[in-house]
Design a protein around this ligand. Structure first.
Ligand code: SAH
Ligand code: SF4
Ligand code: F3S
Length: 480
């Protein structure tokens, strides 16, 4: 893996590469039309997605390609003709879940050898996992990494026409591919990837190894995509990247993330703009100034702290200390007193003492986040932290994790209760799954509100008076 670190990816997949993919798409589409003509049945594709928003965005591109290849998308895992499992490798649990699901698709192939099974995403960019699939999951037809997504049509065609299993697992050998079709899950919420990969090499994290080096899309490509989304009626747009605020740094564009946000904010229309994830070392005052004076950017910031201990932050290779982090939080609150703050915390990193952990708890008490995503440290093969001495025993990790939840639940509850009595604008998400008389909506801070009674149409804005809160959601009544 260290050897890999030195390699620089190509800047961009060439237009000729992309044309080759479109040709493969057309050829598969033709084969699928022939199948339909002979059998009277259209082929169906099923995509199962694990992991973060990046993977969700990738799955929307895979679905776009499936549609171009003539597949009908289905949510039913029972009888698809094409299965795509988009995997995550962030923690051991994520990999176990993906592997067990892949195992569950074996019977499809046994019932019908014509079924195609593809496995993609972060897990398979690790050599040992690609090997494992090669040897222990012989019914998997295609394996491709996040950086090879655009190759999906030609890999599928190759397997269909020549029967040979296809493996393309380099993290970023092809650089950045523009112009892939997208089939979005929602008609009003959209992800827009602005950069791929990560250069930070936090010592616990697998992402830089599996998603490769950081590479950013050009501002004009991103602005054009957001303009189209707004024109198509999208109301909630999230810019995505592992470290959005280092956007453009490596590519030497001469503009940065704050400039990109400012440019997008100039687009007319009624829409909300969000972004994730920001790294504290790159969260500039300039970006916060742009947010504070913008008309579309939500006053919401996800700023992963990971640990409140400077010693542990150093061991994690995070490149900031508590004082730097505290400055960002203070500046955010100074410029946007109503800002909603959330974070990620890792509990039980190697060498974490009781005192280190208590510093994390103190940080939570001090910042008083609205929402905290906490994770028990999971060793990832090939990362420096996995080789560190002083791995923390699971019972100590578990006890600290529970203490943290207890502390944070009280804080989240208080933060949500502070909104009771307020009148807030929400983006309506339609009736909730469990009760058609309860509608759900999202505040500017991205908090979930459950609202009694019929509300405005899904994907439009409404006004809600908040009447009650729990640690995870708000409850309210429609005002208009
Ligand atoms: N790029 C983002 C998020 C990456 S993954 C960032 O830098 O913040 C999301 C979260 O998963 C991380 O913020 C971290 O809290 C957690 N995480 C990453 N690797 C982990 C590991 N090995 N064990 C436990 N949690 C981990
Ligand atoms: Fe992982 Fe750190 Fe990169 Fe986030 S910034 S993806 S935690 S290496
Ligand atoms: Fe998982 Fe890859 Fe996202 S490892 S968290 S799907 S970047």
């Amino acid at each position: 893996m260290d050897e890999y670190k030195a390699k620089a990816p190509q800047a961009k997949a060439s237009p000729a590469d992309m044309e080759q993919q479109r040709q493969a798409q057309r050829r598969v589409a033709w084969l699928n039309r022939e199948f339909e003509r002979l059998s009277g049945r259209r082929k169906k594709a099923y995509i199962l997605t694990f992991g973060c928003q990046q993977n969700e965005a990738d799955s929307e591109r895979i679905a776009g390609m499936c549609e171009q290849m003539g597949y009908e998308m289905t949510n039913d895992p029972q009888s698809p003709d094409l299965v795509v499992v988009n995997t995550c490798a962030i923690r051991e649990h994520a990999e176990k879940k993906a592997l067990s699901q892949i195992g569950g698709f074996k019977h499809l192939k046994e019932n019908d050898p014509g079924v195609m099974i593809a496995v993609c995403g972060c897990m398979v960019a690790q050599e040992h996992r690609a090997e494992q699939i090669k040897h222990s999951y012989p019914y998997v037809d295609l394996v491709f990494s996040t950086g090879s997504i655009h190759l999906f049509p030609s890999l599928l065609l190759e397997k269909i026409e020549h029967g040979k299993r296809q493996f393309r697992t380099e993290p970023d050998a092809y650089g950045l591919a523009e112009g892939m079709p997208v089939r979005r899950e929602s008609t009003y919420k959209a992800w827009v990837s602005i950069m791929y990969g990560c250069n930070n090499f936090c010592t616990y994290c697998i992402v830089p190894y599996v998603r490769g080096r950081e590479r950013s899309r050009k501002m004009e490509e991103v602005v054009r995509e957001v303009e189209e989304l707004v024109r198509d009626g999208y109301r909630d747009i999230t810019l995505l990247g592992q470290n959005v605020n280092s956007y453009g740094q490596r590519d030497g564009f001469g503009y940065d993330f704050a400039d990109l946000v400012e440019q997008i904010d100039r687009i007319g229309g009624d829409f909300r703009l969000r972004f994730m994830t920001s790294h504290p070392k790159d969260a500039s005052d300039k970006l916060i100034d742009v947010m504070a004076r913008s008309s579309h950017v939500c006053h919401q910031f996800h700023l992963p702290l990971q640990s409140g201990s400077d010693r542990i932050l150093r061991a994690m290779n995070r490149h900031y200390d508590w004082a730097r982090y505290e400055h960002v939080v203070n500046y955010l609150r100074q410029k946007m007193p109503d800002v909603t703050l959330s974070t990620d915390i890792i509990v039980g990193f190697p060498g974490e003492t009781e005192e280190d952990f208590e510093q994390t708890l103190r940080a939570l008490e001090q910042v008083r986040y609205d929402l905290v995503f906490s994770f028990i440290y999971s060793p990832r093969r090939g990362t420096p932290a996995a080789k560190m001495e002083e791995q923390i025993p699971p019972d100590v990790q578990g006890a600290r994790f529970r203490r943290l939840l207890e502390v944070q639940n009280a804080i989240s509850l208080a933060a949500n209760e502070a909104q009771v009595g307020q009148t807030l604008r929400v983006l309506c998400e339609g009736p909730s799954h469990s009760d058609p008389d309860v509608y759900s909506g999202r505040t500017e801070g991205n908090k979930l509100v459950l609202i009694s009674g019929r509300g405005p149409e899904e994907g439009t804005f409404g006004t809600v008076r908040i009447t009650r809160a729990d640690p995870y959601s708000l409850f309210g009544e429609w005002e208009g």
